[in-house]
Design a protein around this ligand. Structure first.
Ligand SMILES: [Zn+2]
Length: 76
């Protein structure tokens, strides 16, 4: 389960809306391996609005990380 707090961004979107995109975060070592062309495991998943850029939810849950690690953008 991700932490769906029901929080809305400035535009009124919540987790689950198409404008809210999951993005994965890596630690320094993870970024290094990614830049070398290897895969690395994200440390956190964030849910960010594409319109206003606000992050409305984050998760460090293993299940969520596994779910999004291959089909989300990387946040720097
Ligand atoms: Zn927004």
């Amino acid at each position: 389960m991700y932490m769906n707090t029901g929080k809305k961004c400035k535009c009124g979107f919540t987790v689950g809306d198409p404008m809210i995109i999951p993005k994965t975060k890596y630690n320094k070592k993870g970024y290094f391996w990614l830049s070398m062309g290897y895969s690395a495991k994200p440390t956190e998943v964030v849910f960010q609005c594409q319109t206003c850029g606000e992050i409305i939810a984050t998760s460090t849950d293993e299940e969520i990380i596994e779910k999004y690690r291959y089909n989300s953008d990387i946040i720097q």
